[in-house]
Design a protein around this ligand. Sequence first.
Ligand code: HEM
Length: 464
Amino acid sequence: YDHQLPPGPYLWQILRNISLFINSPHIAFNKLDKIYGPLISFRIGGQLVVVASSQNTSKEILKNRAFSGRYLPSAYYHIPGSSHLSVVSAKECNDTWKSLRGIGQACIFSSKAIESNTQIRKMKVTQMMDYLKTKQGQIVNIENVIFATVSNIVANVLTSRDLFGIDLEGIADRKLVAFMHQVTEKASSPGLSDLFPVLSKIDFWSKRSGMDMYRLIKYTWGDIIKERRASNRHDSESEQDFFNEFLIAGTDSTTITAVMLMVKLVRNQEILSRVREEIANQAIDGNAINESCLSKCQYFQACIKETLRLHTPGPFGIPHRAIETCTLNNYKIPKDTVVLVNFWAIHLDPDNWEDPESFKPDRFLGSKVDFMGAHFEFLPFSAGQRMCPGSNVAIKNVQLVVAYLVHYFNWNFSDGFNYDNLDKMDKSSTTFKKEIPLCLVPKIREQHMFEFNVCKLHIKNVIC
Ligand code: HEM
């Protein structure tokens, strides 16, 4: 079909700029779009890849069932159980995938499940506040605190237990974080058979890598899974094995969003004051904040959306695959083509957004554009059948954690901290990470001194 494929670079053109493709593929592909247009194709070894980078092409892809397959490096499929116990890696949207998503919907993603987990979020945010209260005037790696808090929220929803200490300082905590990153890293590194599918039988590297991941997962989650099986709290085997998948899919991306929002707020006092004022106006008696009052904070919601637009945690989401040969914009796309959508480029496209590089939450005020997959110029959670099922959970967590951080504390940079590159993002496997961690010095805001100091327990009641 080659003459019917979308245009694109030769392999040598990619190799010439290989470091850009490895370190910042979203930027590299965006440069190619300027030459070849919003739909490009190229081959790496024997694997055909198509990349879309406009609102219209992404719509054609994400709404088409033919592109709803999943592509992950073959190492992932060598993990025992990955073919029938995983939502993320399911190669097609078949009955097993549907029933796994259904279980996820019932225990964590639906509005009812989110509502029933309100107490867990409240408890974990209270613990975060208790910890920060003891750290006044000291440098805190706020990224670690947010990561531990959102991980523990998801972990408690699924297993009724914490995974991390609040500051990630313990040796076991650091090991666990390293394991989680190792698994994501391995799950996104292509092996021989990914580049040359005919060599799958002799791709021992992918097999070994799959088994390594399996051992890592068993080592990391083994006790937790055993505990859950023993407790019989959840009786389905697949439900139990969802745990690590949801945790890996949900915690990094939620943390990055909350941290980037904090970066935007602490660096922009005007926006921060507006957010604080709005939260205080909605708060009960000007003090107590809860989720229902936060959902009325339109400007704060707009700040979250603007953060997701500018700092989409997954610039390409998770790769899709053509499950059959089909037509796309008059091109013929063969079965098993890897299909990527460059969400990052779409979010910065001047045809979609005025002054796209600037952080301007007001652009979302009075606008109908949201992240539920109906507006193809804004796709932080993607759209269509494979759209992220965790969007509402993620938003609830980001909103709650950041609201408490800014409502109760002032945040200063430590002396000598170089924050010029603070919103610089680094590419790490499937999600962006910040290049330097966000370290800040908390100080309880004067208007809340009383709640914290005079009555130690009062803060627990304030978080209602
Ligand atoms: C700000 C936070 C988050 C962002 C930006 C995000 C974004 C995404 C994106 C772009 C995809 C790929 C969609 C596609 O293939 O078209 C995805 C998939 C997925 N996400 Fe999220 N996500 C977030 C949080 C979460 C959370 C909190 C959970 C679970 C607790 C979660 C669970 C999943 C799962 C299970 C999938 C795979 C869906 C499937 O293949 O059918 N995500 N997410």
